[in-house]
Design a protein around this ligand. Structure first.
Ligand SMILES: Cc1cc2nc3c(=O)[nH]c(=O)nc-3n(C[C@H](O)[C@H](O)[C@H](O)COP(=O)(O)OP(=O)(O)OC[C@H]3O[C@@H](n4cnc5c(N)ncnc54)[C@H](O)[C@@H]3O)c2cc1C
Length: 443
């Protein structure tokens, strides 16, 4: 392929990180080109369109956590971005409990003895001297006490990440459990109508699905600036600078600057000449968690009023169900709906070997047993695989990993951003902010 010689920036990967980098580069007038291995853009963050149905690759919502990025996305999406008000629930012991938790619900659905333990343990936690938790289990116990953690957090976390919670880094909490403590419960009880900051059922969501954010970005970027089916195979370097990229069927292109959003283990292995052994060793033990996403199409107008339903019980392979129509009415026909069921797995485990029919049958049996679904309401199903959905953040390998990522970033013209590139539990608003800052630094 012949490239415009003026290209100053090559971007590897057309997921949210690569597209955000292209978007901000275009805004600043920096000539760029994107290489994408697959035939589509959006990475793990796409909206699938099937007939009259639309559904995302897992339950996505736009987190309004950074004003600068929210403003950017609002101006990109205009009236297509709407504020959605829909609650989320935890399904436990055959009951739906509000998520985030509310004291009233806990009193209603938990045994008195558990409630006494929860209150006692949380008062103990408030009084106890604070020390930094070394892993997720310590974080959960120190913030929420043993009983609350075991009921709602530990099983769910272990199921989602596929590792024991004492082995997981505290960052797997992802900030979403902030304020789940006795003080927030009490403030909510005292100021009856005022939900504490975290107990907020509203969020931003585009009317045509989360992936439409990236449709709009691509419209702006120009699809001709993305090469599809062009996997990057080698990064040639000399004197601490990248010199060329080898991609596709052994094509190559000389480069000035690179924004790299590829998984860090892939990156480490495609540097040529090879990187020092201790740098390669930094990625030896890293693993990703994958998801089987089973969309079940239903002949009923609504499955539940919830944005998401979480399943903490370890005996149930499902971690979460979400109903696209509760985020935007455009996601399903008026008299029908669909749900997307998330089942995490690791390569080589029992779930990984299940064929589509098996995974559907497992999910159906579970949901029928819990009285969440009736056979006659189901019209059909579709199973999709989402690889590298979550980088498994282990407490023990963070130091080595950081060393490798830092080393890779010491190459003058090589800049890594993205969930698997940085090996961090990042959401799209954080990735977009990183992309914006990188581009600002180019200017
Ligand atoms: C179930 C689920 C729910 C989520 N919910 C939310 C949410 O509510 N809000 C939110 O903001 N975020 C959410 N996220 C996170 C969000 O999806 C990720 O942060 C985002 O997809 C990461 O983008 P990325 O570009 O870093 O990586 P990816 O999405 O993984 O994209 C990487 C791209 O690089 C390409 N690539 C790989 N190898 C090569 C190669 N050799 N050459 C060229 N290209 C290559 C891939 O094909 C892909 O297109 C969720 C994620 C999951 C899995």
């Amino acid at each position: 392929m012949a490239f415009n010689n003026n290209i100053k920036l090559h971007i590897l990967g057309a997921g949210p990180a690569g597209l955000a980098a292209g978007y901000f580069a275009k805004k600043e007038g920096i000539p760029f080109h994107i290489f994408e291995a697959s035939g589509v853009y959006g990475g793990n963050c796409r909206t699938i369109v099937e007939g009259d149905y639309r559904f995302d690759t897992g339950a996505h919502r736009f987190h309004d956590k950074n004003q600068e990025i929210t403003k950017e996305i609002k101006s990109l999406m205009r009236d297509e971005l709407q504020l959605v008000d829909a609650p989320s629930k935890i399904f436990i012991n055959d009951n739906f409990i509000d998520f985030p938790l509310r004291l009233k619900d806990l009193f209603l659905h938990l045994e008195t003895v558990d409630m006494i333990k929860i209150i006692f343990e949380n008062i103990q936690n408030i009084l106890r001297a604070k020390r930094s938790p070394m892993n997720f289990k310590e974080l959960a116990y120190s913030k929420y006490g043993f009983t609350l953690s075991e009921l709602f957090l530990i099983g769910y976390t272990e199921k989602l990440w596929g590792r024991e919670s004492e082995l997981l880094h505290t960052d797997v909490a992802g900030g979403r459990l902030k304020k789940l403590n006795l003080l927030s419960f009490l403030s909510e009880m005292i100021f009856k109508n005022k939900k504490s900051d975290h107990l907020d059922g509203s969020f931003y969501y585009p009317i045509s699905g989360f992936g439409s954010i990236f449709d709009k970005m691509v419209e702006f970027i120009g699809i001709e600036n993305i090469s599809f089916n062009s996997p990057v195979r080698k990064l040639l370097h000399k004197d601490k600078r990248l010199e060329a990229i080898v991609y596709g069927d052994n094509d190559s292109v000389k480069i000035t600057d690179v924004i790299n959003t590829l998984p860090v283990d892939l990156t480490t292995n495609i540097f040529e000449p090879l990187l020092p052994k201790e740098i390669q060793d930094g990625i030896n033990n890293i693993k990703y968690r994958n998801l089987k996403l089973c969309t079940v199409f239903l002949n009923i107008p609504q499955f539940s009023p919830n944005a998401s339903i979480y399943f903490p019980e370890i005996s149930n392979p499902i971690t979460r169900i979400y109903e696209p129509k509760n985020r935007s009415s455009k996601m399903a026909p008026k008299d029908k709906t669909c749900i997307v069921v998330e089942v995490p797995y690791s390569i080589g485990d029992d779930t990984s070997s299940l064929v589509d029919e098996d995974i559907y049958s497992l999910i159906k049996t579970k949901l029928k047993k819990l009285f969440l679904i009736k056979e006659e309401d189901i019209s059909r199903f579709k199973v999709m695989e989402l690889s590298n959905a979550y980088p498994i953040l282990m407490a023990e390998n963070q130091y080595q990993l950081k060393k490798t990522v830092s080393f890779l970033n010491t190459f003058d013209n090589h800049h890594m951003i993205g969930r698997n590139s940085e090996f961090k539990y990042l959401h799209t608003h954080e990735i977009m902010l990183r992309a914006k800052r990188l581009i600002e630094n180019f200017l």
